[in-house]
Design a protein around this ligand. Structure first.
Ligand code: ATP
Length: 432
């Protein structure tokens, strides 16, 4: 299991400006979270890394960004209006509401009352809304509960614009909304969250190869996030538990502070979704091979990544407490490419204009190169280092009196706390 507690992560996130409770000034809104200045950068770094690995760096991937509000027919055809439900039970004593498949229903987890639950009722998790001024059945829409349908509905558009060879994939990142019965475990189970999904279209004969290909790519993704292999697990969903359209599903799990739980899922969804769209829209979803082979409705491999669950895993893996000069210190050992602050720049003393001027010059140059560079002249240098350690800044650059003589600065490494002198001219490669 994880050696860091959920409280440690939540409190660091709030204190240092990563993640705040949504609508906090008004007492909050359950299942919603706001990203602060450091959190938004960490989140973007993770999402951009994903886009680079799975869209930019591959030859057969296309990106899309579909609308969150979609025609209600999308969710009727996909089965969501009928079956996107969780079993809800309510305690007859304290009226607490729970997901029946997540608790022991013999007694209420809140008040302890035995036999307080009746039969579960199927609760649809989609947020329903209306488009336009008239609220009737025809104006119903939903906040999308997954980004995947925005990919399927654009499959034909991408085909017609690019006529790609098979196999090829379409990727999308964006918000998804689920009215979870009991949001919990910090951002792990939220009502508004972000997904990064891929539909990889293949000939049905090729699904097994494509499944292995993406399974390996998922592991590369975990490596790029700096997640230790011994905290990651593959749960092969048993045949009996598979959705009727799925031939194989792997839930990838991570050891979170609250226990081992799903970080992302990967499913072979056959041609279930494109067939549904073909049936409901009357439009042809077939792929016509360029070599004149027989047309077919492509099958898909769907790796489905959750951004919040990736962020939480990254924070848990990075959270470290060690001892430095006889004192306890907390640091985030974030991979350099994910750290919200690439490096911090400080003048040794803030009341010496010659040091401050030189430090400002170094800061401006680094900021031009990296963007996420922080100016830090608060408190003494030791305190500054500790503050930067706690938010995962890989390097601190300090300008001191020797800088004025020989144009070298001190570069201090977060993980080892070692300091070395580096010529200003050599700084960029030293921090890269
Ligand atoms: P769970 O069983 O935990 O409810 P799920 O199997 O319903 O999840 P999927 O529908 O497979 O989840 O969604 C794909 C991914 O989206 C999940 O692996 C997860 O990373 C993310 N995700 C799903 N629901 C939530 C949520 N409520 N909050 C945050 N992320 C979520």
């Amino acid at each position: 299991m994880s050696n860091v507690s959920l409280e440690d992560i939540v409190s660091l996130c709030k204190r240092r400006g990563f993640i705040y409770q949504g609508s906090e000034v008004y007492g909050g809104l359950a299942g919603t979270w706001d990203y602060g200045p450091l959190g938004v950068t960490l989140k973007r770094n993770i999402m951009q890394l994903w886009w680079k690995m799975f869209v930019d760096d591959l030859d057969d991937m296309y990106g899309v960004d579909a609308a969150i509000l979609m025609n209600q027919k999308v969710w009727q055809a996909s089965g969501h209006t009928e079956t996107f439900t969780d079993p809800l039970v309510e305690c007859s004593n304290c009226h607490g509401r729970f997901r029946a498949d997540k608790i022991d229903t013999s007694k209420c987890p809140t008040c302890g009352m035995k036999g307080a639950f009746g039969e579960p009722r199927q609760f649809n998790m989609m947020f329903r809304t209306h488009v336009g001024p008239v609220q009737d059945d025809n104006s119903v829409s939903y906040l999308r509960p997954e980004t995947a349908q925005g990919i399927f509905t654009n499959y034909k558009n991408v085909m017609d614009s690019f006529y790609p060879d098979m196999p090829f994939g379409i990727a999308q990142q964006g918000k998804a909304f689920r009215n979870e019965i009991s949001p919990r475990d910090f951002v792990f189970r939220s009502r508004e969250f972000e997904q990064m999904e891929i539909e990889y279209f293949v000939h049905p004969d090729q699904w097994e190869d494509a499944f292995e290909l993406w399974r390996n790519r998922v592991h590369n993704w975990f490596k790029a996030l700096g997640l230790p292999a011994d905290k990651l697990h593959e749960l092969e969903v048993p045949q009996d538990d598979l959705a009727h359209y799925s031939k194989r599903t792997i839930d990838f799990e991570f050891d979170y502070p609250h226990g081992r739980d799903e970080i992302l899922g990967m499913a072979y969804r056959t041609n279930f979704d494109l067939n549904n769209i073909q049936r409901a829209s009357g439009k042809n979803m077939e792929y016509r091979p360029k070599d004149g082979g027989e047309a077919f409705v492509p099958h898909v491999i769907e790796p489905s990544f959750g951004v919040e669950r990736a962020i939480m895993a990254v924070l848990v893996a990075a959270y470290t407490v060690d001892e430095l000069h006889g004192e306890k210190r907390t640091l985030l050992k974030l991979p350099k490419h994910l750290a919200p602050v690439r490096c911090a720049v400080s003048p040794l003393l803030k009341n010496k204009p010659e040091l401050v001027d030189k430090a400002r010059e170094v800061y401006a140059n680094l900021k031009k190169e990296f963007g996420n560079v922080m100016w830090d002249d608060n408190g003494n240098i030791g305190k500054r280092y500790r503050r930067q350690d706690e938010i995962g800044t890989p390097y601190c650059v300090t300008i001191d009196f020797q800088t004025l003589e020989d144009s070298t600065v001190t570069v201090r490494d977060r993980d080892t706390a070692e300091q070395k002198r580096v010529a200003i001219a050599e700084l960029l490669p030293a921090l890269a």
